[in-house]
Each structure stands twice: as C-alpha cells, then as structure tokens.
Design a protein around this ligand. Structure first.
Ligand code: ADP
Ligand code: MG
Length: 675
C-alpha cells in the first residue's frame, strides 16, 4: 500500500494523457556521431601515444566517458596489437554481454557479436576464431589463466571497473603483473596492461604496478540537485515507488528515471507496483515504459533498457548497482537511490557467507547521483537522510577482504601459488586464508594447509567453474551412483531461479507446482521439476512452463549449464549413473560437499548451524517452511532482520560422521553415533 509521500494524493488527480502519440520513436542519432561526442574521443590520439609508450597504464575517467566501449576500438584501429587479441574484463556478466553487443554494433557492417567482437562469461562462450576484441568476466579470465599462465593469447589485457575491487579483479592484478614480468624476461611478446576505473585511490594502485603512468580524462558532468529524506525510512522499496510518482506527476515525459534497488525480487516487485499504479485512471502523468536491469537477465530485456521510449512516454529503469558504473543509459534526468546494495559477505570468525542487503558507501552514493547529470542538469532523490549519509562508509571494503576465499584459493593452487605468498594489492586477513585452506583440506583438495600441490581430487575440482563444495558433490556422485541427479541439482544451484512467483499470483503458482514437492526439501523439489521438464516434448514445453509457473529461459539455461558440467565430468573419467528413486543416495552425495553447511533443529523453529553454532530460521520461501525437519543442509544464508536458511535438503544426522569423519570429530558435533 502506498500511503507515504502523497502517492494517494496523486491518485486523486484527473488524468491528462489523451492526445499523445505513443508509438513514434525519438529520432536516432547515428552511431558514429555518438562515438565522436564522447568525452574520450578528443583524447584518443594522446591515449594511443601513452599506450604505445607504456606497458602499464591506469586510465581514470567518469562513467559514461567511453572507456569500455571506445578504448578497445582505438587500440585495434591503431594496430597496437598486431597478432594478439584484446581482453577486457567486467565484474558482471550482464555488463560483459551488453558492452560486447554495443561494440559489435558500433563496428557495423552487419557484424554480429561473436564475430570480430565477442564475449565469454561462465557457461556461455560467444567468440569465434575471428574474435579480436573479447569481453569477459574477470572470473573467466582467471580461469583462462589456469590453462595459459602467461595469457599468451592476448597482447593487451584491460582490467575494467577496477574500482569495484571484486575478488577476481584483485587476483588478476597479481596474475597479469606476473605474466607481464615473465613475458619480458623470456623475451616473449610483451603484454600491455591497462587498468580502467571510474574512481579510485590511484596512488595505491599505481605504486603496486611499479609506479606506472596514470591518465585522467575529464568527463562532462552537469550539476545534480540533491534531495534527502527528512527522516529515515524503514521501507525503502515503498519509498522508492512513491518518490517515483512524486516525480512522475510533474516532470516532462522525456525525463527518464533510474531507480537503484538491490536484487531481482525487489526490482520485479517494484516494477509490478509501478505498472499497476500507472494504469490507475486517477494517477496523473504520461504513459510509462518500465524496464528492469539485474544479473542474468535475458538479453532482449537488456536491449530494451537502452532503447529510448516512444515520444511522450517516460522510461523508468529499475536496476541493481550494475547501472552505477558498468553501463550507462542515456536520457536519465532523475535518480532515486534506495541507498542499499546486496552483497556477499563472509565472516571468517563465524564461518558464514551471507547474502546481505546493506548500506552502500558514500562513494557509491556519489556514483549513483552522477547518473542523473550526464546530459544535462538532473536531480537525485536519496531515500535516506543527510545524517544517514554521513554515517555511511567512505568506500566499500574490497571483496577479497569480506568473501569466502576457497574458490580463489583452489584456482591459485591450480596455478601453483599458495595464497599466503601471493602478491596482493590488499591482502586478505590471515584468518580468512586459513579458513579457506582448512575447508579445502576437509574437502580433500589438499593434503595439508600449507601445501602448494593439489591432490588428484583437488586437481579435478579445480577444473569445474564452481565453488569447491559443488565440484566435490559432482566428484562424489559416482560413488553414490547418482551423477545424473547431482548434475541436475548443481546446475540448478548455479543458475537463476526457475520458479516464477508473480506477486499477484503467488497462491496460484504454489498450487500449480504442488505436485513437485518433495518431502526431502527444496533441492529435490527442483529436481522433480527438472525431471518432468525433460519428459515433456519440445513442442509442449512452453505451455507446460506457463501452466506450472516455471521460468522457461532459466530452465533452458540450467540445461545448458548441465551439459557443460557433464562434459567436464567426462573429462574427469566419471562413469555416469542414476539413482532413480533412491533419494538417500543423492542426499548423501549432496552432504559429501555440503557437510560444512549443516544445521540442526534446536528448539521451536530455531536451527543451529553446526559449523559456528549460529541461530537461524527456515526461510519462508522454503518447502520446509512451517515444518521442522531434524537436520538439514542449506545452500544459502540470507540476513534481513533475522538470519534465514534457504535452499534445504533434510538429511539423517547419522550420515555426518560416516561422510565427513574428520569434520565431525573436530566440530564436536552433538550427534555422534552411540556405540
Ligand atoms: P565508460 O566505460 O567510460 O563508463 P562506456 O564506454 O560504457 O563508458 O559508454 C559510452 C557510451 O556508450 C555511454 O554513454 C552510452 O550512451 C553508450 N552505450 C554503452 N553501452 C551501450 C549499450 N549497450 N546500448 C546503448 N548505448 C550504450
Ligand atoms: Mg565502463
């Protein structure tokens, strides 16, 4: 219900849009003209000179200057790269795909993405032999480094969005630095490194790269009028919607709005509310085109975000922090900033990795407001008070200092590097490094926490683009005779949710999927959905998905992920097996990788995690909500006002000492078999 900030007031006014031609598009500006208008264009000769002179260069320029889309093209046109390719990393897959599509389009002459310009993200490779400019996620470049430590395929590596300080970019700093040094020492083709950033403490970074050259490119910015809420709001989502309508009532139709929220669910629900409310005949204002932008979105929807709305229609884009610096949308005059972001946080002392909605940093707040002033003067509404802003951290903590390190630790080990001896820009704490190595040891990837060699199991684990816990599940599956099922569950967990829960049809959706429910919990329920999907003929899939509220595109993606993981299993000489209806086999197999994610019922609805004895509850979205299985494994911890476990499978507590004896001994787990 929207009762705050006068949204009800808006609803009382009469409508005024009758004579608007909603279908003629705004005139298109020629792409090449657009390129020439970018701030970076005037500096291109100077930039090329600098890139030729220096092997390492830091480029600093405002978001929207043209760094990501233009610099690779300038380098290419200047023939700096001769035979090699250019790699450009992006922290997010959506950004990698979207900029690759844009650059391919700018190249023109009917060239599609995957030709000269391509991208590579986890489970999706859109490149060919012809590809010279390759956008990839930082995680993918790190994977490539395992196969080719000197990155010889590339002449230029551009680490973009360096200010985001993702764990993979931080590790890549060290990897490319070393690759560059060795290539020079061995008289191999030199490696050019370019670090690009929208903001950053560059002295620190430049020092790390042996005091390399830094170039600042002045952007074009216009003043942004700032508004803060008078008092703090506890429901930022509702406040965002009502603020939108406050703007909508008076702003000219071609003034577009960008709203920052934290994740898919929140964004879809906000989009739904706006779509419903604009249809209300009492709501005043022009027609609205609502676009959403979040991770793993279909590319067709992504394209819509960048397309101008028809004349007389207002566009509102609701986005995660991806629109902060990774992609630029033109036409934005208003920004509404919830002040929140969802991020992964790991507490080495509690051993828990949490997906948590938290306050952004002041730096992020400035980046967000800057999106309103790219083309002319704009406005930014902050859904927090001035004093709340003052309390925000100046900068966000680098991910490497707050994330679980076991994936990266195993990848570095595959490169023959022990994390303790790695040349980090900012070192993670010893405590979290130790935790990661302990976990790898428990998973059987290493013999000892100080060894730099992987066991043969560990070597296989490092071949999967997965958290080591999940690769361990797959590698145990032969033993339990359930590879088919384990592949399905791990693929489902590596993709976006296949379940659709439209806010207006929640009950209906749950009823339609009732028949898939497994008494063993969420993972096995998803397995049931997938199994039935596979039995449906290709022609009936669409109807079936529609009837059961299943996300067709996401389930097809799961299928794709599954077949790629299956390939890797084959390369690891796994036999392939199915457990049919013997679900104990599969549950044991899941436990073999997830024994560190076990919680037991403590008292009324409360679950205690075995690892660090944290008190948690079952998430309302779980199959088990309202039930109280004795012992469960979980795949996600979500913290809102309380701590919730999400993605559950019930297990038999006796299995724990059988499957993970060392762990069980050391954690002094309550349930040990009576003997
Ligand atoms: P930077 O990396 O400096 O933030 P970009 O190179 O990403 O800048 O963007 C330059 C310009 O290209 C942006 O202002 C935007 O208008 C345009 N642009 C970038 N990506 C897209 C896209 N996918 N669709 C349409 N326009 C885009
Ligand atoms: Mg960029």
């Amino acid at each position: 219900r929207l009762s705050e900030n006068g949204t009800n007031g808006i609803a009382k006014k009469a409508i005024t849009f009758g004579n608007i031609n909603g279908h003629s598009l705004k005139p298109k500006v020629n792409l090449q003209e657009q390129r020439k208008n970018l701030p970076i264009y005037e500096k291109r000769n100077k930039l090329i000179e600098l890139i030729k002179q220096h092997n390492t260069l830091i480029v600093l320029a405002e978001t929207g200057s043209g760094k990501t889309t233009q610099i690779p093209q300038y380098i290419n046109a200047a023939r700096i790269m001769e035979n090699g390719k250019i790699a450009i990393t992006q922290p997010r897959r959506v950004a990698a795909i979207s900029v690759a599509m844009r650059v391919a389009q700018e190249y023109g002459s009917g060239m599609g993405v995957g030709d000269y310009v391509g991208y590579s993200v986890r489970f999706e490779d859109c490149t060919s032999k012809k590809t010279k400019i390759k956008f990839l996620t930082d995680g993918m470049l790190l994977r490539e480094a395992i196969a080719d430590r000197l990155l010889l395929e590339y002449t230029v590596v551009i680490l973009d969005e360096a200010h985001e300080r993702t764990i993979h970019t931080d590790v890549l700093f060290g990897i490319v630095k070393k690759a560059q040094r060795i290539r020079t020492e061995r008289h191999l083709s030199p490696l050019k490194i370019i670090i690009m950033s929208a903001t950053m403490d560059v002295d620190h970074l430049s020092k790390y790269f042996n005091n390399c050259q830094v170039v600042f490119i002045e952007g074009r910015t216009f003043p942004v009028n700032m508004y803060y809420t008078v008092k703090p709001h506890d429901n930022y989502q509702t406040a965002c919607v009502s603020t939108f309508f406050k703007i909508h009532r008076t702003a000219p139709p071609d003034h577009d709005v960008l709203i920052f929220l934290t994740g898919q669910e929140e964004i879809e629900s906000c989009a739904h509310q706006i779509r419903v409310l604009v249809k209300d005949p009492e709501v005043e204002g022009p027609p609205v085109k609502v676009c959403t932008l979040y991770a793993a979105q279909p590319s067709t929807q992504q394209v819509a975000v960048f397309q101008p709305a028809p004349i007389g229609t207002r566009k509102v884009v609701i986005s995660t922090n991806i629109a902060e610096t990774s992609v630029t949308i033109s036409g934005i005059k208003y920004v509404i900033d919830s002040g929140m972001v969802k991020s992964r946080t790991f507490h080495p002392s509690t051993g828990m990795e949490l997906l948590k909605v938290q306050r952004i940093s002041q730096e992020q707040a400035w980046q967000r407001s800057g999106r309103a002033g790219r083309e002319s003067e704009g406005h930014c509404y902050r859904i927090y008070s001035r004093s709340q802003f003052e309390l925000m951290k100046k900068n966000s903590t680098p991910e490497i200092q707050r994330a679980n390190l076991n994936s990266v630790a195993i990848q570095l080990l595959a490169l023959g590097i022990h994390m303790l001896h790695f040349d980090f820009l900012d070192k993670p704490s010893n405590e979290s490094i130790e935790t990661a190595f302990e976990q790898l040891k428990l998973l059987g990837a290493i013999e000892d926490t100080d060894s730099i060699a992987l066991t043969s199991l560990g070597k296989k684990m490092s071949k999967f683009p997965l958290d080591p816990r999940f690769s361990r599940i797959l590698l145990s599956a032969d033993k339990y005779g359930c590879l088919e099922e384990a592949l399905t569950v791990v693929s489902l967990l590596s993709s976006e949710s296949i379940l659709l829960n439209p806010p207006s049809k929640r009950e209906e959706a749950l009823d339609a999927r009732q028949k898939f429910n497994s008494g063993y919990g969420d993972h096995l329920t998803l397995l049931n959905v997938y199994r039935e999907f596979e039995n449906i003929g290709q022609n009936n899939r669409k109807t079936w998905c529609h009837e059961h509220f299943i996300h067709m595109r996401n389930i097809l993606y799961v299928r794709e992920v599954r077949s790629q993981l299956q390939e890797i299993c084959k390369k690891c000489d796994m036999r392939g097996s199915s457990c049919g209806s013997e679900m104990d086999q599969l549950r044991k197999c899941l436990l073999s990788g997830l024994f560190m994610n076990v919680a037991e019922l403590h008292r009324d609805r409360q679950y205690i995690t075995l690892d660090k004895r944290q008190v948690t509850l079952i998430h309302p979205s779980s199959n088990f909500h309202g039930q109280q299985p004795h012992c469960v494994i979980y795949t996600e911890v979500v913290q809102t006002t309380k701590c919730y476990l999400r993605g559950l499978t019930s297990i038999d507590s006796d299995w724990l000492s059988e499957i993970a004896p060392e762990y069980t001994r050391n954690h002094n787990v309550k349930f040990q078999r009576d003997s």
